[in-house]
Design a protein around this ligand. Structure first.
Ligand SMILES: NC(=O)c1ccc[n+]([C@@H]2O[C@H](COP(=O)([O-])OP(=O)(O)OC[C@H]3O[C@@H](n4cnc5c(N)ncnc54)[C@H](OP(=O)(O)O)[C@@H]3O)[C@@H](O)[C@H]2O)c1
Length: 246
């Protein structure tokens, strides 16, 4: 696929987050995008972005079965792409663990639920809405720290394992879709270190040139998506197009 050669309908789940919002804005300004369905838990306003008329916003909590089903019902039955940009690293007393003793059952399950289960529930609900044909894309934001072979520092037990498990589930989905939905490309995406609420407490040692804006990350990832080929399905790609090894 080149950078969106055909007219597309796209759904972004997590449109209230920094990268999600930037994805919606970038997609809406793209001339090959017809409609962007922008889902967030709370209302998000895109009135000030270029192509705002193409954006259909809706509130949806993907971890609530009823809300997820209602959200999926709002989409025309002709989706070409779904991008899941939700994710959880910290929240109040939930903080990434530095050591084994800091693992907390509730926090661990919460991180797994948001980072690992949620994208699969979205895939389950939205997959029937895809148009058939080649170069349909289901992408979920993962993270390089989910790579087992790249893990040199340890720590962040829940977050790392939730993203490693997400990568496995995306690979599983890719295998299943090869049989049941030929033309579907399933992938994980690593956005780099991006200036957002998620990364904010951990930015101190990040050199300025390696801390991306959400707009830069979104534009880079859309370029990566635009270059995907059928045999890329099941892999994880970084913002610069490099494969993130498992
Ligand atoms: N920022 C980075 O440096 C970085 C690096 C590597 C990977 N990533 C990944 O990129 C993705 C986007 O991150 P971001 O930087 O844009 O973070 P962000 O601004 O904090 O956005 C996080 C998003 O996740 C949603 N979310 C959190 N908890 C949720 C829950 N329980 N149920 C439903 N949605 C929930 C938020 O929804 P609400 O708006 O409704 O709260 C928001 O849309 C994540 O998957 C993250 O792991 C980010």
């Amino acid at each position: 696929m080149q950078y969106f050669p055909q007219a597309m309908n796209v759904a972004v789940i997590g449109a209230g987050g920094a990268i999600g919002r930037a994805m919606v804005s970038a997609l809406a300004s793209h001339d090959k995008v017809n409609t962007v369905y922008a889902y967030a838990r709370e209302p998000v306003c895109f009135a000030d972005v270029a192509g705002a008329a193409k954006i259909k916003t809706a509130c949806m909590n993907p971890l609530c079965a009823v809300s997820l089903a209602e959200g999926a019902e709002r989409v025309c039955q002709a989706l070409d792409m779904v991008i899941v940009t939700t994710g959880l690293l910290h929240q109040d007393s939930l903080q990434p663990e530095k050591r084994l003793t800091e693992i907390n059952r509730d926090n661990f399950l919460q991180v797994m639920q948001v980072n690992t289960l949620l994208p699969m529930l979205v895939a389950q609900a939205f997959m029937p809405l895809f148009r058939t044909g080649s170069h349909r894309v289901f992408a979920a934001l993962s993270a390089r720290v989910g790579s087992i072979s790249d893990n040199r520092l340890g720590g962040w037990y829940s977050y790392r394992s939730s993203k490693a498990a997400l990568n496995m589930l995306l690979k599983n989905m890719a295998i299943e879709m090869r049989r049941s939905r030929p033309g579907m490309i399933v992938c994980g995406l690593h956005p780099g270190t991006v200036d957002s609420g998620l990364s904010q407490p951990f930015q101190r040692n990040v050199p300025a040139e390696k801390l991306f804006t959400a707009e830069y990350a979104a534009a880079s990832l859309l370029q990566v998506i635009g270059r995907l080929q059928a045999d890329d399905s099941g892999k994880v790609f970084a913002w610069d197009g490099q494969t993130v090894e498992p």
